[in-house]
Design a protein around this ligand. Structure first.
Ligand code: TYM
Length: 332
């Protein structure tokens, strides 16, 4: 690993949805040719919210399959399963000793999850951003392809990197230990929810479309998007279900359809059933090649062997960083 490094991860909460794809995976695809990339399935992050231990392994596998189906190439990037590289948790612990608890308690993601699962407020949830910082810092990554929602976590990572560099300067060389990573933005850094409220996400039923959904399922999910009478006219709304439909057309680069329905909207004659039908077809058109590739990989590709090889390489890099950190912190 000699080039600029890139790291990103997706929680092992099941199959990927359009938000993951357009907000993160598209960025990974763009970067895998130019940089040394590690793309992870973060299973340790997935267990901070309620989950079923019986399906966790399958969830991990589903994310790997979706990664490969979307076009991540195991010859051009490393695919990591976070819990197979124990250096993540060790580095996270070390970094936690230089970061204030109060800052973690203030983060919007922590507050949101606390509100969502009031009976599941655990240390891991509070610790989530520190583990995420450790993920990125373990590989000294400079670029992180993630959606807009992850910006506060990246800010934490930069703060931790800065603090570590200040507290434990490198002797002589003048080189800092950790770069301050930047977010790599995709054109669709925020994919709205089908419910018309907030972002598309796994934890809200009715909010997402999976990459593996067939046309019938996509149509069903879009049919439930709330719309209006179609006779409002004026500007296209910025929020709500109608806004989501228009945004999805934009994300899919369906400019003609967008313009047609925008005109219909302004002319107070928009027919949402027709719009949803065309949008469903456009989404399925985008997903069908991925679904075909997924089926091929599932039947012929040796996932376990690939993971074994990639884990070894990841651990070599990770153990070097950890050794350096421990030395600098006076632990050897
Ligand atoms: P997760 O699983 O919640 O999300 C995975 C990725 O998908 C992006 N994403 C979206 N982007 C745009 N619009 C949406 N509606 C949408 N929903 C999800 C997220 O921004 C993210 O890029 N905390 C990370 C996982 C993680 C990580 C890391 C990422 C752990 N360690 C280190 C990068 C580097 C997360 O949000 O996962």
């Amino acid at each position: 690993m000699n080039k600029k490094r890139v790291y990103s991860g997706i929680r092992a909460t099941g199959r990927l949805h359009l938000g993951n794809y357009f907000g993160a995976v598209k960025g990974m695809l763009e970067l895998q040719d130019q940089y040394d990339c590690v793309f992870s399935v973060v299973d340790l992050h997935a267990i901070t919210t309620p989950y079923d231990p019986k399906t966790l392994k399958q969830n991990v596998r589903d994310v790997v399959l979706d990664y490969l189906a979307a076009g991540l190439d195991p010859e051009r990037c490393l695919i990591e399963i976070q819990s197979l590289v124990p250096e993540h948790t060790e580095l996270a612990y070390l970094l936690s000793t230089i970061y204030p608890v109060s800052r973690l308690e203030d983060l919007p993601t922590y507050k949101d999850k606390k509100a969502q699962y009031p009976k599941y407020v655990n240390m891991g949830l509070l610790f989530y951003p520190v583990l995420m910082a450790a993920d990125i810092m373990l590989y000294k990554a400079e670029l992180v392809p993630v959606g807009r929602d992850q910006e506060p976590h990246l800010e934490v990572t930069r703060e931790i990197a800065r603090k570590f560099n200040d507290m434990f300067p490198s002797a002589g060389s003048g080189q800092v230990t950790f770069p301050e990573p930047q977010r790599f933005k995709t054109p669709a850094e925020y994919v709205p929810s089908l419910t018309g409220e907030g972002k598309m996400g796994k934890s809200t039923e009715g909010s997402y479309i999976n990459l593996t959904d067939d046309l019938k399922t996509i149509k069903k999910r879009l049919a439930a998007v709330p719309t209006d009478s179609g006779e409002l006219g004026g500007d296209i709304p910025a929020t709500g279900g109608v806004a989501t439909l228009f945004t999805l057309l934009q994300i899919l680069n369906k400019e003609d359809l967008y313009n047609k329905y925008a005109k219909d909207y302004r002319d107070k004659k928009i027919r949402y059933s027709e719009m949803k039908e065309e949008l469903s077809n456009a989404i399925y058109e985008e997903l069908r090649p991925l679904q075909q590739k997924r089926a091929e990989i599932e039947s012929s590709f040796d996932l376990d062997n690939m993971i074994k090889k990639h884990t070894e390489i990841c651990r070599q890099v990770a153990s070097q960083t950890l050794k350096e950190v421990k030395q600098k912190m006076g632990l050897t």
